[in-house]
Design a protein around this ligand. Structure first.
Ligand code: ZN
Length: 467
């Protein structure tokens, strides 16, 4: 049925791709050919739309996952298809989610907390529940009866009705950032209605080999097949993208490690017996790509349940400095997406040390060049920013790249300074063919002239160039 629904007749008897399929294909393209992003992010976040068999299979995978330390101060315990995170804070332990029920708490949570040293000096000081489904809050009442009424259990207000474990409600109708402290750890939560009305995602600080990072906790993923919930989820994922950017988050946490790939990361950590090169830390750029894929899966679902939906496709872009750049004679970068070059868009180059900047437009090949209009020195860092662009069909997402200036204009012999030999070489090169981006063309205007010789003579020290 889906296969035929996916094809829409257009005049002339040809078939246009449906909105649903356009979004699914974009989700795949946005993987940029990365195998993990394809096998986990794309295939699992989109399975609700295009792979019910995979979804059914995943739901049966209930084997326990041994308690695994994933950061200096975070452990996972539970099952392949759902689990909980244990956070160790200065004041004690806090939980993200509570497993399915009393039996799980007794069999997994309590032994895990005991092995980590829970006691009067290190009590349970809080719990945050990503959303009010039983596989996340089913153990909450048991924890209350075991560890006392004193510790706060946070839950989105949209899911709080009828809960007997006295949750403290996080306002899930507030779509902005909300901060609270979970037993000593500052969290920023982001209402993500869709999976449930009260689903709350979060930015969670963690320490990895002593260094603090921020991760995006995805609060809920499977979306009810109706327009309102699907729209809510789509909007939530778009806000998650912004949050990942605003907080410079570098990876995901998900109570369903079978969806975001956490299970794979843990298998990797356990096989190696080490958390060096922690697989959870993928970097901000790859996380943004991850969330852009999730967004495309969400847009595909909206299109599937709403035949009138017309949402633009999100396209991940990347920007890279072009050959011989950044250098004093050439500042140029190329912007592209998996759809091709990003043409006729502004790129702004700025110099870290001086704050100077220059803006250029990309040509048909996606190349933007400022030549030597931007004055840079050898140890400057140059940042190239494509701020993004959009129309009714596409959103080309922003991209950014920084690089150190590698070569010095005028320093033809690359000995690290400008001296008489360099000036002589430039004089000899006037009017002759030369390699693009060469130090000979100090002003980057594409030819070697007397003005390059003059500019370089000014950069040459008195001792070096005294005649
Ligand atoms: Zn759920």
């Amino acid at each position: 049925m889906l296969a035929t629904a996916a094809l829409t007749a257009v005049p002339g008897g040809a078939f246009a791709q449906s909105q649903r399929d356009i979004h699914l294909e974009a989700a795949t393209r946005n993987t940029g050919g990365d195998k993990f992003l394809k096998d986990w992010t794309r295939d699992r976040y989109c399975m609700y739309v295009d792979n019910p068999a995979l979804l059914a299979e995943i739901r049966t995978q209930r084997a326990p996952v041994p308690m695994t330390q994933i950061f200096d101060d975070v452990w996972f315990v539970g099952f392949q298809n759902v689990g909980q995170f244990i956070l160790k804070n200065s004041t004690g332990f806090a939980l993200v989610d509570t497993l399915n029920n009393t039996a799980d708490v007794d069999a997994y949570t309590v032994p895990a907390l005991q092995s980590l040293g829970i006691g009067p000096q290190s009590p349970l000081v809080g719990a945050y529940i990503t959303h009010g489904h039983g596989d996340h809050d089913g153990g909450a009442s048991r924890l209350r009866s075991l560890y006392g009424p004193g510790f706060p259990i946070y839950l989105g207000s949209g899911d709080a009705a009828g809960k007997t474990y006295a949750p403290i409600q996080l306002d899930s109708s507030n779509l902005g950032y909300q901060s609270f402290t979970l037993g000593g750890r500052p969290l920023t939560v982001l209402a993500s209605p869709g999976h449930t009305p009260g689903t709350m995602s979060a930015i969670v600080p963690v320490r990895d080999n002593g260094i603090e990072h921020k991760l995006l906790m995805v609060g809920g993923t499977a979306i009810p097949m109706n327009i309102a919930a699907s729209r809510g989820y789509l909007s939530a994922v778009e806000r998650m993208y912004q949050a990942a950017k605003d907080f410079n988050a570098v990876g995901t946490l998900h109570p369903h490690g079978i969806i975001d790939g956490g299970n794979q990361h843990m298998a990797d950590i356990n096989a190696r017996g080490s958390r060096t090169a922690n697989p959870y830390i993928i970097g901000n750029e790859k996380l943004l790509r991850t969330v852009a894929i999730m967004r495309q899966c969400g847009a595909a679902q909206v299109a599937q349940v709403d035949a009138t939906a017309q949402d633009p496709v999100w396209r991940v872009t990347s920007i890279a400095f072009d050959a011989e750049s950044p250098s004093p004679s050439r500042i140029a970068a190329r912007v592209q997406s998996d759809w091709g070059p990003v043409a006729n868009q502004e790129v702004t180059f700025s110099v870290g040390n001086s704050g100077a900047s220059c803006t250029a437009r990309t040509n048909a090949d996606g190349l933007a060049a400022c030549g030597s209009r931007l004055s840079v020195s050898p140890r400057d860092e140059v940042k190239a920013v494509f701020a993004g662009s959009s129309n009714a069909e596409y959103v080309d997402l922003p991209s950014v790249r920084s690089a150190l200036v590698s070569s010095l204009a005028c320093d033809v012999d690359s000995n690290g300074s400008v001296n008489r030999n360099d000036i002589s070489a430039i004089m000899a090169g006037i009017g002759k063919p030369f390699r693009a981006g060469s130090a000979l063309d100090a002003d980057g205007d594409g030819k070697v002239t007397a003005s390059d010789a003059r500019m370089c003579t000014q950069r040459c020290s008195k001792e070096q160039c005294a005649l």
